[in-house]
Design a binder for this molecule. Structure first.
Ligand SMILES: [Cu+2]
Length: 285
């Protein structure tokens, strides 16, 4: 049991944190040789550059440059955790989450139309899965988009249970989560009649659990899988005993969060052909 837990910690750290460090890069001032930058992946030609309007379709565009400076053009697709690249965008108040798997053009450029629902500052996570020998299984890069408009209504205070699209998602018990300590959450999903829901596979997993920390917007992403979903079998999840789902309507979600604080969990699932994003809140001591 202990070995399993240690392996979970190691593998989750590798997936969620060490890889994130690649995206941080090191800065180089004017006149200094760009030693750090040459070793890191980075975003090139990111758009939009200036503030955009809320409620209107906006083209988000980017290319990932490899440490060599060449654009990254080969992404892992198919039965991996994702379709090659995830574009995850959250407003800084974490009221909602936007998630896209944009197509990659032959030159490595990525274009995705996004409608930003309300004014605010939006945190952009580009989570990419390169398909090349000798590269990390995934690369995470971050940036910010500013959206103008009227001040939105206050963010709802999500708790341990949320109803979305008529389905109630409830974290069972009162989980005692600690920073850098692996744990599992049990989440029960029921329909209006109280019956357990039936999940359909979505992007290679039965559920995607995407975590952001309030304030700092630290990011962690894991999956719930069954024998029928292969989204937990890729190199990015090597050795991770990720969550499981053995009973209808019950998801077991593996959690390993790096720092104490309040974390918003966005649970992506598919029920009756409809994709749902359910916000929940967790406190990590
Ligand atoms: Cu996912």
């Amino acid at each position: 049991m202990l070995n399993g837990r240690k392996a979970l910690v190691a593998a989750m750290l590798a997936f969620g944190l060490v890889v994130a460090a690649i995206g941080c890069g090191s800065s180089s001032g004017p006149g200094l040789p760009a030693i750090g930058a040459a070793k890191t992946y980075r975003l090139e030609g990111f758009r939009p550059r200036g503030p955009v309007e809320a409620g209107r379709s906006t083209q988000v565009a980017l290319t990932i440059l490899q440490p060599s400076g060449a654009p990254l053009t080969r992404y892992r697709t198919g039965a991996g955790p994702h379709t090659g690249i995830d574009l995850i965008i959250v407003p800084s108040d974490l009221r909602t989450l936007m998630y896209e798997d944009p197509p990659v053009a032959n030159d490595g450029s990525i274009h995705q139309a996004i409608v930003f629902p309300v004014a605010g500052s939006y945190h952009v996570v580009v989570d990419a899965f390169p398909d090349m020998p000798g590269v990390p299984p995934n690369v995470q890069l971050f940036t910010t988009i500013r959206v103008k408009g009227t001040k939105p209504a206050p963010t709802p205070s999500y708790g341990l249970a949320t109803t979305v699209g008529g389905y109630r998602f409830a974290i069972q018990g009162r989980p005692k989560l600690k920073a850098i300590e692996a744990a599992f959450l049990t989440i029960k999903a029921t329909d209006k009649q109280g019956r357990p829901v039936v999940f359909s596979p979505l992007d290679g997993a039965l559920a995607h659990a995407i975590f952001f920390r309030e304030g700092s917007l630290d990011y962690f992403h894991t999956h719930v899988c069954t024998a029928r979903t292969l989204g937990c079998a890729s190199a990015a999840f090597k050795g991770v005993p990720v969550g499981s789902a053995t009973k209808p309507g019950i998801l077991r979600v593996g959690v390993l969060l790096p720092v104490a604080g309040t974390w918003r969990l966005f649970l992506r699932t598919k029920i009756s052909g409809r994709e749902l994003v359910t916000p929940l809140t967790l406190v990590v001591r």
